[in-house]
Design a protein around this ligand. Structure first.
Ligand SMILES: Cc1ncc(COP(=O)(O)O)c(C=O)c1O
Length: 300
């Protein structure tokens, strides 16, 4: 995307570290923006608040498999990179995750919705210039293995992982259906009575990579669930702007209130393509027995 030293790239802090790491690796400056408390994603308003004349790109993360509003972000006039690592199989207004920004990135790490048996990833774009550049960069900056136009990387998807992904890809939509049924089962079992449930953005079909709820005493609830044999865990308890290597880019304290609140209160409940309605009912009943007393809603 032509991002380099002196450029700023807007990115959420409530995400996996890699969304931001890539900006620093490119020599640019990450500028953190806050997220929406319901969808946990960036919005045109949270991004607009930190745009400057030096903003060269926006990273919009489809967090937990819920698509971010990348098409609306593109209207801000800055190129958008959609981090779709968690969103394979999601869609927004009928368009697939991976086709929502100018460029999108996927991870096929084994825990992902579309997974290989090791490490792998892909980039999608309808920009021929970027596609051609990426093809060269992944092979040490060469197009023909003889001449080298750029300083690139070894970032090829190896054949074994590609073969596994070719088998998995046709299953993706079916697996996502299973995840959607499980998310629906949480709603029908009344999970909202005990925790703040995730909210699917308008027009979205989430991929439900994770089912992330929130509660003011999330850690206590996680410990209680463990006692009931239910695995639950927190994500990004230390948001990226508070990680030590990011201190040069951290905004002044208090400027990302929703991020800080979600980092403190989130907990991921079980989610998988094969999670049955009965299992969801068991989880919800474990939540009802473990939930600490106090206000239900954890909102910034
Ligand atoms: C939102 C997000 N971005 C980027 C990545 C990085 O993916 P990988 O480790 O395959 O490079 C991940 C992986 O966990 C992720 O969840």
């Amino acid at each position: 995307m032509g991002v380099g030293p002196g450029d700023e790239v807007v990115v959420p802090s409530f995400t996996f570290y890699a969304s931001v790491e890539a900006i620093v690796t490119a020599g640019a400056r990450p500028v953190f923006c806050d997220v929406d408390p319901d969808t946990r994603n960036v919005t045109p308003d949270t991004v607009r608040a930190v745009l400057t004349p030096s903003t060269k790109a926006i990273v919009s993360v489809d967090l937990f498999g819920l698509p971010a509003p990348s098409p609306a972000l593109r209207e801000l006039g800055v190129p958008v990179l959609e981090d779709a690592a968690q969103a394979a199989g999601a869609s927004l207004d009928g368009r697939r995750a991976g086709a929502l920004g100018d460029v999108a990135t996927f991870s096929f790490y084994p825990s992902k919705n579309l997974a290989c048996f090791g490490d792998g990833g892909a980039l999608t774009t309808d920009d021929d210039r970027i596609a051609e550049l990426a093809r060269a960069l992944r092979f040490h900056g060469s197009r023909d293995k003889q001449t080298f136009q750029y300083v690139g990387y070894n970032s090829r998807l190896d054949e074994m992982q590609a073969a596994i992904l070719r088998v998995a890809l046709p299953e993706l939509d079916g697996w996502c259906e299973g995840r959607r049924r499980a998310a629906q089962a949480y709603t029908e079992a009344g999970i909202e009575r005990f925790v703040t449930a995730p909210v699917e953005p308008a027009g979205a079909q989430a991929a439900w990579h994770l089912y992330v709820a929130a509660h003011p005493d999330a850690d206590e609830l996680i410990a209680g669930l463990r006692d009931h044999g239910v695995g639950a865990r927190a994500y990004y308890r230390t948001p990226v702007h508070r990680q030590p290597p990011m201190s040069p880019y951290a905004p002044s304290d208090g400027s990302l209130p929703v991020t800080d609140e979600l980092a403190r209160t989130n907990l991921a409940l079980p989610m998988s393509p094969t999670l049955s309605v009965e299992q969801v009912d068991d989880v919800v009943s474990a939540v009802s027995s473990s939930v600490p007393a106090g206000p239900r809603r954890a909102r910034a």
